[in-house]
Design a protein around this ligand. Structure first.
Ligand code: BGC
Length: 444
């Protein structure tokens, strides 16, 4: 089936997504303070080939040409994140006016080109000064974050209406504070539980801060999610899959909706109580205007006695010998359909927007062109699944491709290329891939 844009309705929001640390570079320009990613990448063997985002796509200096390129591809909405340490180099205290100016210029030019900005307030680059005070493990982060949010609303709220509070809190609390594979590289159950609860508190608080001053704002937050299936239809695997689902898909949405943490399925989450104060259960609730869901693949789960707390493990796409992307993620577009159905089934769920989805493939330049038929096919199949869910009554109102430019893919460095636009990181030359041209035609 070949879908056209009109099949999704006139009010459907189409766009592309990026994140500050992954594209901006200029890590020490314009008065910016260090973020936890600036310090994490300098530690040995944390990132593939010890690469870093010091330069990335140099978007800080090249945003003008990049926005013109975006405009030439008919992209009407742009989701980007603000780097907290560009605004507040120490996380709190003095405001860096050069940072404010940069985002002002970015917002102004977007609007001039007819591109609506969608701003993520936190996409994983915590000011390092705050990490030294405990980062997400310190409960004060709620106030630090609220202060930063209020500064962003005060400076940009006259032009920005669409806000996303956090990007994938489950990923930054688990990868950054439990497994230590993302910044700040901390480990342990207690760090994870504290970071999780404080992120849930900050998420609702940040939204309240925006709504208290900007009544007509459109406020959401974004969650990672993956369709989960048991490896075998045996009770042990089915139960393991249920626990994995609670962790990967339910941990943040349920408290936000007032359902509490999924302690029934993961007993160890009861230990979160030691970080909770009276009223916290209410304070983590917020009635968002939309929920951003971000889906890339599915996960197949089996029982694993020796995995602490969860007794569950992922059966990798490699082991299952299925078709994969450069991230070794299974290509499984139906996953997005299942996730839309799952989130939509919560009582009182606000409308859903797919704030990220995409795929990395080993793109090659030939004769100054990048032909990426696999990505085109992937995106088409995904849109068929989104359409299928919409036809069945799911309230899904938007779709943002991850991502506009090939960029710094966190611990994986530069080798997974997710962009619609190819970036030569030596010369900073951009080449629109065939998927970029396909999206432009689709959006025309
Ligand atoms: C993150 C992006 C990341 C993408 C692909 C999401 O988890 O929000 O920053 O690049 O997935 O891994």
């Amino acid at each position: 089936m070949l879908l056209i844009k009109e099949a999704f309705g006139e009010d459907f929001t189409w766009g592309v997504s990026t994140a500050a640390y992954q594209i901006e570079g200029a890590h020490n320009q314009g008065g910016k303070g260090l973020s936890i990613w600036d310090t994490f990448v300098k530690k040995k063997n944390k990132v593939f080939q010890n690469q870093n985002g010091d330069m990335a796509c140099d978007f800080y200096n090249r945003y003008t040409q990049d926005l013109y390129l975006m405009h030439s591809l008919n992209i009407p909405n742009y989701r980007f994140s603000i780097s907290w340490s560009r605004i507040l180099p120490n996380g709190t205290g003095e405001i860096n006016t050069e940072g404010i100016d940069f985002y002002n210029r970015l917002i102004d030019l977007s609007l001039e080109l007819g591109i609506t900005p969608w701003v993520t307030l936190y996409h994983w680059d915590l000011p390092d000064a705050l990490e030294r005070k405990g980062g997400w493990v310190n409960r004060d982060i709620k106030e630090w974050f609220g202060n930063y949010v209020s500064i962003c609303v005060a400076h940009f709220g006259d032009r920005v209406k669409n806000w996303m509070i956090l990007n994938e809190p489950m990923v930054f609390s688990a990868a950054g504070y439990f497994l230590g594979i993302h910044a700040p590289g901390r480990k342990g159950l207690d760090n994870f539980l504290a970071a999780t609860h404080h992120a849930a508190l900050a998420q609702a608080y940040g939204a309240r801060v925006i709504k208290s001053t900007q009544k007509d704002s459109n406020v959401g937050t974004t969650f990672s999610c993956s369709h989960i299936e048991p490896f075998r239809m045996k009770e042990k695997d089915i139960l393991a899959a249920k626990r994995a689902d609670a962790l990967l898909n339910r941990l943040f949405i349920e408290p936000l909706l007032g359902m509490g943490y999924p302690t029934e399925d993961i007993k160890i989450l009861n230990r979160m109580e030691r970080y909770m104060k009276q009223n916290d259960e209410k304070d983590v609730i917020f009635n968002m205007d939309f929920i951003g869901i971000q889906n890339y693949t599915r996960e197949v789960i089996r029982h694993a006695t020796f995995v602490p707390f969860l007794q569950a493990k992922i059966v990798s796409a490699k082991e299952r010998k299925v078709e994969m992307t450069s991230m070794n993620w299974e290509i499984y577009p139906e996953s997005i359909y299942h996730m839309l159905k799952k989130f939509n089934a919560y009582p009182n769920i606000p409308p859903l927007i797919i704030t990220e989805n995409g795929a990395a493939f080993p793109d090659q330049v030939e004769n100054n062109k990048v032909d990426d038929p696999k990505r085109v096919k992937y995106l088409q199949h995904i849109l068929e699944q989104v359409h299928r869910a919409k036809q069945e009554g799911v309230k899904v109102n938007g779709y943002f491709v991850w991502t506009f430019l090939d960029n710094f893919e966190w611990a994986e460095g530069y080798h997974p290329r997710f962009g619609l636009v190819y970036v030569d990181f030596q010369t900073q030359k951009r080449i629109v891939k065939s998927s970029g041209h396909w999206y432009a035609d689709f959006l025309k």
